[in-house]
Design a protein around this ligand. Sequence first.
Ligand SMILES: NC(=O)c1ccc[n+]([C@@H]2O[C@H](COP(=O)([O-])OP(=O)(O)OC[C@H]3O[C@@H](n4cnc5c(N)ncnc54)[C@H](OP(=O)(O)O)[C@@H]3O)[C@@H](O)[C@H]2O)c1
Length: 313
Amino acid sequence: MSHRSTAAAVRMRAVVIGGSGQLGGWLLRVLAERNHDAWGTFATTAFPGLVPLDAANQAASAAWVRDQKADVVFYPAGFTWVDGCERDPGKARAANVEQPLNLARAAAEVGARFVYFSTDYVFDGHNGPYAESAEPRPLSIYGQAKLEAEQVLAETLGDLLLIARTTWVYGPERQGKNFAYQLAKTLREGRALPCPSDQVSTPSYGPDVAQAIVRLIEQGRSGLIHVAGPDLIDRVTFARSLAEAFGLNSQLIQAKTTAELGQGAPRPLNSGLLTPRLDAWLPGLMRPLSECLLDFQLKLDEPGGWVRPLTAT
Ligand SMILES: NC(=O)c1ccc[n+]([C@@H]2O[C@H](COP(=O)([O-])OP(=O)(O)OC[C@H]3O[C@@H](n4cnc5c(N)ncnc54)[C@H](OP(=O)(O)O)[C@@H]3O)[C@@H](O)[C@H]2O)c1
């Protein structure tokens, strides 16, 4: 597919805050493949080549961002644990609003563009899937913080800002934390995995999300865009698809309602993201789940330092 050819027309200097994370790792990889000059940071989990940076240390991290003289600063960082945010709203707001705003201002001071990562948890899940034009109404502290960040960043940065909302990100990872890994560990150990059958969304393959966002930046896009996979499915169907792809026992997946599960933060139920802008600008880039699951397995055999779901401890 033409979208996946490797050279970009103009070489960018790109910084990834949170390069040790799931999407951050993929952004660094895609940027390098496309011949951009890219480097990234970690907060607590070091990987070769990453620079330590704690966004909570506002003065030092802003100085570092200014010093990089980047063309674009990607921010796939923050406090991403939804139930943890519910328990600690102060930390949720600091990490998901105040710290990115501080670094967005630093980026703007040197004329760099800024990419913020948001979520379908800005919606209430009453009538998804949602296009960019839909009215947000977050149910959780995490969703509220993400929406506040979207708004304050847009007011502050204008056209320097791209906000990419995504959802249910999965795929090979260097930290091995995403749902696919949690599922593989649980089923491999022969334990039951309760899953909410009434939560619906659009699972998004990390490598494709990163590919899309880098392409959008290359195209000079700004504003709000949804970047998500094309399949609208419930969590049990998603879990079963992952189990089958990894040859694990899908009988151990137990369908429960969200009410039965009692998760710490409220979840949008009928959620998911429609991608009209992405479909117009990069048609066909987000591959269907079935194709992504094959790619997931193939990528584990490539260099990249991926944790292997079937052997992770
Ligand atoms: N994953 C999803 O399903 C999903 C869905 C919707 C939206 N999003 C959004 O997409 C973005 C990326 O998600 P992800 O799943 O890739 O997240 P992730 O794997 O949890 O990675 C988070 C990154 O943030 C870094 N970080 C944490 N605290 C930091 C601090 N104080 N200073 C600097 N960096 C810090 C982490 O560094 P260390 O690991 O080194 O501590 C890590 O690199 C997030 O903004 C998330 O809200 C994700």
